[in-house]
Ligand binder design. Structure first.
Ligand code: SAH
Length: 196
């Protein structure tokens, strides 16, 4: 997966590639089988949600430009896969999920796999986690309408990046925000970020 789907398709950050090689993706999508788990596809998880395709997880993590010392916020825990990848590229992850059942499952699995630098919270991620801010990176894994939630932008440390899928006029793209500057990355398809 790392060579074929990631390195060859432009993911160059060695720490991200090492994290992608280390995290056992099949544990986060039980029932998919090994072949599908390591194919470059999004897969269904419970509650009608999905686990993003490996390339997108790697590209979002790489876009944050992490040094390894940051506290990172993830919005949309889902299966916990993205949080596991992030946790290997920074010091600490706070991840927020609005579905209590998904949050509980992800927390249990991350604990079983020994990812002890991840805090999972059942919460509306559009408010972020003000008690743990500022963050050295923020990754939103559900699509915002128009713009990333303002509360999240406020919780960025100086010079830190936020990556978020944003839908505008039916077009959905990964947006990278750093120092108030916005850069549009690749077209993507995520489940909607539920407001409130
Ligand atoms: N990162 C996940 C994939 C996330 S799918 C993984 O690696 O498996 C998007 C997730 O965002 C879903 O689980 C959905 O329930 C969650 N979500 C949507 N709106 C949210 C909100 N406002 N706050 C927190 N979680 C939200």
């Amino acid at each position: 997966m790392v060579e074929r789907h990631l390195r060859r398709r432009g993911i160059a950050d060695e720490r991200v590639l090492a994290a992608m090689a280390a995290v056992p993706r099949e544990r986060f999508c039980p029932g998919a089988g090994l072949r599908r788990a390591y194919s470059d596809r999004a897969l269904r998880i419970e509650e009608g949600q999905t686990i993003s395709q490996p390339w997108v997880v790697a590209a979002m993590t790489a876009a944050l430009g992490l040094s390894g010392r940051e506290r990172v916020l993830e919005v949309g825990t889902g299966s916990g896969y993205g949080a596991a990848v992030l946790s290997r590229c920074c010091r600490e992850v706070v991840t927020l999920e609005r579905h209590a059942l998904l949050a509980q499952r992800a927390e249990r699995l991350l604990g079983e796999l020994g990812y002890d630098n991840v805090e999972v919270r059942t919460a509306d991620g559009t408010n972020g986690a003000p008690d743990r801010a500022p963050f050295g990176g923020i990754s939103v894994t559900a699509a915002a309408e128009g713009a990333p939630p303002a509360a999240l932008v406020d919780q960025l440390a100086e010079g830190a990046a936020l990556v978020c899928p944003v839908r505008r006029n039916g077009d959905e793209r990964l947006i990278l925000l750093r120092d108030g500057l916005e850069e549009a990355l690749v077209p993507v398809r995520f489940v909607p970020l539920v407001e409130g």
